[in-house]
Design a protein around this ligand. Sequence first.
Ligand code: C2E
Ligand code: MG
Ligand code: MG
Length: 713
Amino acid sequence: MPRGEVRRARRVRHDRAGVSVAESQARHRVLLSALPDGVLLQDADGTVLLANPRAGHLLGLPLPTPELSRPNVPVPRRAGETGPIDLSRARPALVAGVDRISAAALRTGQMQSGFTDPVLVDGQSRLLQVTSIPLLGDDGLARAVATSISPAEDPAPAPDTPPHPAGGEDIFRRTMQHSPIGIAVTALNGRFLRVNRTLCRMLGFRADELQARTLSDVVHPKDVDVLRARLAGLVSGDADTLRLERRFVGHGGMHLWGTLVVTPIRDSASHPVQLVVQVEDRSDLYQAQGLMTHMTLHDRLTGLPSRPLVLDRIQKALDRTRRSGLRVAVLQCDVDHFRVVNDNAGYEDGDEVLAEIGRRVAGALRAGDTAGRLGGDEFVVVCDDVTDEEEAGAVADRVRAAVNEPLILGGRTLRPTVSVGIALSGDPAGDPLLLLRDAEMATYQAKSRGRDRWDTVDTSQRRAAAERLDLEHELRAAIVDDELELHFQPIVGLSGRRVIGREALVRWRHPARGLMPPITFLPVAEESGLIVDLGAWVLRAAVRAAASSPDPGYVAVNVSPNQMIRPGLSDQVEQILRESGLPPGKLVLELTESVMLSAAPAARQEIERLHALGVRIVVDDFGTGFSALSYLRDLPVSGIKVDRSFTSGLGEDPQCDRIVEALIGLGNGLGIDVIVEGVETEQQSALLAGIGVQHAQGYLFGRPSPKYELQPA
Ligand code: C2E
Ligand code: MG
Ligand code: MG
């Protein structure tokens, strides 16, 4: 806000409130005396005009305290009102310290901060942090200086723990946050530690984003070397302050001109510990250079925003979607066969075509959307607030239709076409560069699918696909590197609870994610075909575990449909059994209903062969599939495992009770075993025993455990 406006605003407030100057001063005094920091006001000669009680206390100079609890009581008159405050009785070391810093602020016209020697405050030896802010007149010269004094947080900072600009906690919050100047505290290497709102706004970053950067990251790359050298001079003590008029680079490559002033914060030994950075936006002063700025932000040929400005617009659109919950669409539009036009018509005409296409793209958009040119024959459109792909596709179609109007060039009529790649933001925290890259990817796709069309890449889909791919690579290695392990869960006879078998359940001991259940990686294994290797590993490991155990029960191994559709499972099983010496009767394979139903002739043959080997087949997750029962008659099935979704409803959902009862009847009728999965409570167990279930599995009898022989619970 220009200073004139500040004055006007102040006068209006003053008038409206109808507060007299004297009253207003009294209020300020009450306010000042309530501050936890000491505050001093000095004129340009260093004479102290005003001091609050806290400042008096810190300086060892008692001043009367105004009555705060009853604000209507007149504030007692104090020294500052009638004339300068006499500091002759104050602690001399402190007065010298304060004077040094406030004088520097007056001289430089910049905020200064530093520490005094340790003094006894409230019975503790403390350093005092002194921060002085010059009050400038309309001519830009310092008229007075306001100084805050507060004990540094740590009584005596160790050399390697620089005192935080604290007490600073308060002074920075109050003065920094509302300052029209961008202010930051940085480490000596320029890393941002604290930043105020103005600086964030100027550079287009959030505070946490700035805190992940250094000063060098936000100055123009060409100025980085100068800045580094000057900062080094500041830290080594060659210079007191650093002042540079420079270009800054904000989010998405946006540029602004500003004055940079850097002053070190020093410890008691005068060593710099941190830096105070001030940036004043001087872009207005460079309006004469506006044309230049425009040139860097706009494309010369079409006048459309160029890449940096487009990135900035994408960022702003993303910021807006934070509120609306909608998405941002970035459409990259690539002119088809432009090189042919260029080669035939010559560069000038080629430029003419591009300029016209630029006008058409921009003309096809809604207000608020941005058209830009990325270079060559690549245009881009940024749309805010798009709900889905279809809506973005409609924009693409409008752009395509506009571009496709006849264009007369040197007596010939052209009908240009574009291929459009659409990227939709997945989340507001999206990265403009990534969105643009995704749009580019989608354009390639549109081109390779025949041009003159649009295609899309959904970033969330893309991310999911990338994660899946990572997982696939890791899983492939895991099978070889022995990261898989088997856990075994007992299957028991309901009466007596004797263990009759154990189901092998695979786990992945992932080096970073810990023990992963099958649901997290089996789908990837199935899709990628890795299930075949994984299944072979499980089969071998389970059979070995069973063979080396004296336990008389069987081992049940899950077999995926993908293992069945390839020939060779029975050969594999035969070989593994032979190697391990496990009797075939002690191996049960669990197949899903879908395999049994779809059983292609080859799969049927495998099942028959396995049966012939003496291996038993049970149908897993029975009841969740199609429940067509014909295969139970046609295929050599020795049992069914009733899915645990029925078990959980037992005793609560009469439907579940009836289904389980019916399944028992079915099993008995066909002469096959019925195993009920997911038994968790004694009540379920009793109910099942009551309706004639003989075999069951569930947490009640034992959880999956890495030890084969663990006794049931
Ligand atoms: P499944 O074959 O139906 O295995 C039973 C699942 O139910 C196991 O989950 C087991 O831990 C869980 N479970 C057992 N008792 C209870 C209970 O009382 N309450 C509850 N809530 N759950 C119980 P897990 O180990 O997470 O396995 C999930 C599925 O992954 C298995 O279902 C199976 O289809 C598949 N799977 C596991 N290991 C393999 C394998 O080596 N190969 C193949 N192809 N699939 C496997
Ligand atoms: Mg199973
Ligand atoms: Mg099951």
